[in-house]
Design a protein around this ligand. Structure first.
Ligand code: PLP
Length: 407
């Protein structure tokens, strides 16, 4: 096993869990309820409404947003793109398929740093990769709104139909933050669907001092973040919010006779809010986690992770053998070994840093991973495990220093 819950697991992104979440999963398995519609488990549906309402308030999302739990951010993004496609075509593709050449011109926009799930969703939803525009990012790895507008204008002039923008709040590689407000204003102007992928960073918005990251979310048609990443709730638990659930249900609703119930008009049937019919009782673990830690308890943990990342950044900046590669916006530090006192090529740096990462990981005492930022090999240290403390980050830094000492 790769032990994701180890406090010195600094790779990829957190997929943290906690005792209340594990207990809730025991109980969920023991109850073994199938929560596809209200009648098949009323408490599951109603608890889901309650906890999603709590999450909405905790993140400061707009009041009108409705939430539903999904399996992953990838499937949430697919859902958003399907809704965008259907809204843009007055639900014609659901009905007629992609027969009409006109509809093939629908285009989707996201940044060059967006998660691969956007491309996957573009393919599955039938837009086609040729109709995905990757908008350039600045030195902060955030989408440049002017470039977005330029791409939309060019497409319109070339008889394309701009349909949807996927903005990222915390890119996977480097936690780049797309500016939601100007992007939202552009979407509003051109009447495009705005989906916000805040898979990991959404959790940071439970801190009042980080709420600014979501400034402009009122323009979003849909928003996803994963409590199964950084909110101490074990996989899987993805929180999907939308402005107009009618678009969602009109896109996904199918009502066979055997699923009709006498209460359908009065309740939410979450099977119509997504792709699968069968649903697990995932609300229970969220309820356990929120009730156990309380908002202040959750805030304290997340705040600590962000402070530790800042601290590590300050240590790295003071050491002339290292270079910080991207702004530290939340809990990920992107850096590399790059001694200021000798000239080395990019290829050399890649080789040295790859070797450094392999040596650290081979030790079995910590785990870090890499990315490439503007073509440059970069190490990423992500702080977000439930039990990571300053000691673990300090030890990681000491191990890094020891590893580069002989170089
Ligand atoms: N979006 C972003 C920004 C991510 O960082 C990730 C995972 O790393 C995903 C989407 C995919 O998340 P999931 O595994 O829930 O599909």
């Amino acid at each position: 096993m790769t032990h994701w819950q180890h406090p010195s697991f600094f790779a990829y992104f957190p997929a943290n869990t906690s005792e209340p979440s594990i207990l809730a999963e025991f109980l969920t398995a023991a109850l073994g309820a199938q929560c596809m519609i209200w009648q098949t488990s009323p408490a599951a549906t109603e608890l889901e409404e309650v906890v999603m309402g709590w999450l909405r308030q905790m993140l400061g999302l707009p009041e009108g947003f409705s939430g539903v739990i999904q399996g992953t951010a990838s499937t949430s993004t697919l859902r958003a793109l399907l809704c965008a496609r259907e809204r843009a075509t007055s639900f014609a593709i659901n009905k007629h398929g992609f027969l009409d050449g006109e509809r093939r011109r629908l285009t989707v926009y996201t940044s060059e740093e967006a998660h691969s799930s956007v491309e996957k969703a573009v393919k599955i939803a039938g837009f086609g990769k040729d109709h995905l525009r990757l908008i350039p990012t600045g030195t902060d790895f955030a989408m440049i709104p002017e470039e977005l507008e330029k791409a939309i204008e060019t497409d319109r002039q070339n008889d394309r139909s701009p349909c949807c923008v996927v903005a990222t709040v915390s890119t996977t590689s480097s936690t780049g933050m797309d500016p939601l407000r100007p992007i939202g204003e552009i979407c509003d102007h051109y009447r495009l669907w705005l989906h916000v992928d805040a898979a990991m960073a959404g959790t940071a918005a439970i801190l009042p001092e980080m709420r600014h990251l979501l400034d402009g979310t009122e323009y979003a048609d849909s928003f996803v973040f994963n409590p199964h990443k950084w909110m101490f709730t074990n996989f899987d638990c993805s929180a999907y919010f939308c402005k107009d659930p009618k678009v969602l249900t009109s896109t996904f609703e199918i009502l066979p006779e055997y699923l009709k119930t006498g209460v359908d008009r009065r309740v939410k049937n979450f099977r119509d809010w997504g792709i699968p019919l069968g649903r697990r009782f995932r609300a229970l673990k969220l309820w356990f986690v929120i009730r156990h830690f309380g908002i202040r308890g959750l805030q304290a943990k997340v705040r600590t992770h962000i402070q530790l990342a800042k601290e590590l950044e300050s240590w790295i900046r003071k050491d002339p053998r290292f270079e910080v590669m991207a702004p530290v916006t939340i809990n990920v530090v992107c850096f590399r070994y790059h001694p200021s006192n000798r000239t080395v090529t990019e290829e050399d740096l890649e080789q040295i840093n790859q070797g450094l990462m392999d040596a650290l990981n081979r030790s079995g005492r910590m785990f870090v991973t890499h990315t490439k930022l503007k073509g440059r090999f970069t190490l990423r240290l992500c702080i977000g495990q439930t039990n990571t403390t300053q000691d673990h980050v300090q030890q990681a830094w000491e191990r890094l220093q020891a590893a580069v000492a002989p170089l």
